[in-house]
Unconditional design. Sequence first.
Length: 231
Amino acid sequence: MSFVFPPPATVSVPIVGSQERFPVHRIYCVGRNYEDHAKEMGFTGREPPFFFLKPADAIVAVPAGTMGSLPYPSLTKSLHHEIELVVAIGTGGKDILAADAHKHIYGYAVGLDMTRRDLQGEMKKQGRPWCIGKAFEHSAPIGAITPVAQAGDISQAEIHLQVNGQDRQRSHVSKLIWSIAETIEHLSAAWELQPGDLIYTGTPEGVAAVVKGDILVGGVAGLGTLSLQVI
Ligand code: MN
């Protein structure tokens, strides 16, 4: 087969302890999945989970022990960090029950759902799609994926983000409103999950803006850290 121009390279993420890489299919994100973050965004009460997507090529894959670069995006004056646990799907499926969700997980990583908050806010106000606020280039930094067997039980793990050495976000995965398993059940009712899908599971409270030069270090206990400089 020939193409009218060279097809784009497959987006992929390094894997802890392996030379092989994880090829990315889609990036799903869960909105408002920690109570104190929902509150800081002006919402209360448990609502059904809702989802948005980022394009696979929004990934900025940062190998363990290195400092990645995050280009400051256009049009915004309020680029927010959202530190998140990322679930990497290894086995696809439709209508997956929460009880079976673990069978579909390849591993976990630390990710950032970078957000042009001012543009997202404007779209919310107008009832328009969030794409311009969420789905831009470099909006999905991610660290190396730790396979499930090495990660152990991350359901209670601490999740944190420092900017220039100062704490901005610190919480626990146990505070997810919709657990990883429940999220997979809801998500797979709406889309057929595929190997290579990534799920950014939502951010705890403390989201705020970064500027050029800032150094972000995020982590989830058991999964190492993700380090980036805004350039
Ligand atoms: Mn998010």
